[in-house]
Design a protein around this ligand. Structure first.
Ligand code: HEM
Length: 227
């Protein structure tokens, strides 16, 4: 039988890995967002189409980025599985909620629902990769005037569907809440606890959790409402 200390240790190790993979996924979000903003460029003379398709080709063929992509897929799977195991482990450790310490008063809603928020994000990622990444890698694609696979047209066509736009907006709301707690929590778990830097990390985390998901959600909204 595992001792309480061993259980604490495994739970701490799990949280450590959650933080490391989480910070890596945060950096991915920045790169992915910057690339996707090319979708909103002017498309006079097919400029946005050509720029976005060139970018997608680079991201899927450049050898170093290909290696980083495998680390990314592994991190997403690891972060999701490890997170669900942590939720299950916490439930098992405390099957009956404390009657007196009012969790809703002592912690924010997002921190108590990271498993639920993460599950919504995972469902989003699976759907999202199915419609773009899988199509790009494994199906026959239309070709743009430069001879590249025309991901731009596939994305723009998808964002003309209301249900698909709504899926993005709802998922980005879940991402915002997940990051609102997760960003600073990751640094705290890694032991960054400093009177000067911790408040800065918290502020940057809150700003990031609002700005990045809002910018992601804006892309389908702008495309849906433009002609
Ligand atoms: C407006 C928002 C978004 C657009 C237009 C978009 C677009 C795309 C496209 C076109 C691809 C396939 C091409 C490629 O592999 O580079 C892709 C891949 C991917 N997207 Fe997104 N994306 C958006 C938001 C997100 C968000 C919020 C996440 C994560 C929460 C995400 C996660 C991924 C992942 C993991 C891949 C596979 C990347 C790889 O193979 O290296 N995307 N996205």
């Amino acid at each position: 039988m595992a001792t309480p200390f061993a259980l604490l240790k495994t739970s701490l190790v799990k949280k450590y890995w959650m933080s490391l993979t989480g910070i890596f996924l945060i950096t991915f979000l920045i790169v992915h967002l910057l690339g996707n903003l090319a979708l909103l460029g002017s498309n006079d003379g097919n400029e946005a189409q050509i720029a976005f398709n060139e970018y997608t080709k680079f991201m899927t063929t450049f050898p170093l980025i290909k290696i980083v992509s495998y680390v990314l897929y592994f991190s997403i799977l690891f972060h999701a599985i490890d997170g669900l195991m942590l939720v299950a482990q916490n439930k098992k450790a405390r099957p009956v909620k404390y009657a007196h310490n009012k969790p809703e008063k002592n912690s924010i809603w997002a921190s108590r629902n990271m498993g639920l928020l993460g599950t919504v994000i995972l469902i989003f990622i699976v759907t999202h990769m199915g419609s773009f990444w899988f199509k790009y890698k494994f199906t026959e694609m239309p070709i743009d005037p430069m001879g590249n696979k025309d991901m731009y047209s596939i994305v723009v066509l998808s964002f003309k569907e209301l249900w698909y736009v709504l899926l993005y907006v709802v998922s980005m709301a879940a991402l915002a809440f997940h990051l609102y707690h997760g960003f600073s929590s990751a640094f705290q778990t890694l032991g960054v606890n400093h009177p000067k830097y911790t408040p800065v990390i918290k502020k940057v985390g809150y700003a990031f959790s609002i700005i990045v998901p809002a910018a992601f959600a804006a892309i389908p909204l702008v495309i849906y409402f433009s002609n």
